[in-house]
Design a protein around this ligand. Structure first.
Ligand code: PAF
Length: 283
């Protein structure tokens, strides 16, 4: 495994691989890796000749500067995990290597066709502009045949699929299932910021979501939405920011279970000061 920090060196390595007819799989990350990331890396390695993982804490997707400075960073630990998962190249550039100053100061312009107006987009203004900005840059550098994204960030996945198609990237987007801790908490780099007590409490988020699935035949989406919010807010230290039951393709809210062939409940909950997200497929 080789770690590369420069864009030019990464581009050379990619050019050599494409010339040799190798298929490149790509897993973009912000580091602080956990089993969820490693499952993407293993799948990527199994489906491609070469696996590239980027580690870059992207400043333009953080709307809260404290969140950016608190974000966990540990390159050498990440490298050891990636080595054992079979990664071939780690691309770990500095911010200056990726961005000109002018790019950091203003939001990247992109028409999301409404995908950015709901859920995360409502609560994190310009977050997806930053995600599209960095992922499109990384795709142009790594030129992957396939790129792997976790379904935990459900709205991000929808945005990336849309971006890949409108920007005409020749990259297949591969969605990968949520990896959960044994008691159900969706794996996330942010879980490292939870105290032991908070981590126990946070398990209730998935527990309530899973239980709510049993009532799809008896209750309306609006009733399930209200009850999930009430139950989670009833647990000390948990505070729901939003819980929306949406069409899994358009991300628009639904009124009836027959409104879409694919229906997902997306939630964001504060556990103490830590913002956690999760989702569940209903239909
Ligand atoms: O999901 C993430 O970790 C980030 O949003 C991504 C896709 C690596 C872009 O910075």
């Amino acid at each position: 495994m080789k770690t590369i920090a420069s864009v030019a060196q990464m581009q050379h390595a990619v050019a050599d691989l494409h010339l040799a007819g190798k298929r490149i799989g790509f897993v973009p990350t912000m580091g602080a890796l956990h089993e969820g990331h490693l499952s993407l890396v293993k799948q990527c390695k199994a489906e491609n000749d070469c696996c590239v993982v980027s580690i870059f804490v992207n400043p333009t997707q953080f709307n809260d500067k404290r969140d950016l400075s608190n974000y966990p960073r540990n390159l050498s630990k990440d490298e050891a995990m990636l080595q054992s998962a079979g990664c071939d190249f780690v691309f770990a550039p500095t911010t200056d290597e990726i961005y000109a100053d002018v790019e950091i100061d203003k939001p990247f312009e992109f028409d999301f066709n409404g995908l950015d107006k709901v859920m995360e987009g409502k609560f994190r203004p310009n977050h997806f502009n930053g995600v599209v900005q960095i992922v499109s840059k990384l795709f142009s550098i790594v030129l992957p045949n396939k790129a792997y994204f976790g379904e935990k960030d459900f709205q991000q996945l929808a945005v990336i699929k849309y971006m890949t198609s409108t920007m005409r990237f020749d990259t297949e987007i591969v969605p990968c299932p949520i990896v959960r801790e044994p008691l159900g908490l969706a794996m996330s780099s942010r879980n490292e910021l939870l105290s032991t007590e908070e981590r126990k409490i946070a398990q209730n988020i998935s527990k309530v979501l899973f239980e709510s699935r049993n009532f799809v035949n008896q209750k309306s989406p609006a009733d399930i939405q209200r009850e999930v919010i009430e139950q989670i807010n009833g647990i000390a230290a948990l505070q729901v920011e939003y819980f929306e039951i949406v069409n899994g393709d358009s991300l628009q809210s639904i009124q009836n279970w027959t409104d879409a062939p694919y229906i997902v409940g997306c939630i964001t909950v504060f556990c103490g000061k830590v913002r956690l997200i999760d989702n569940i497929r209903y239909i």
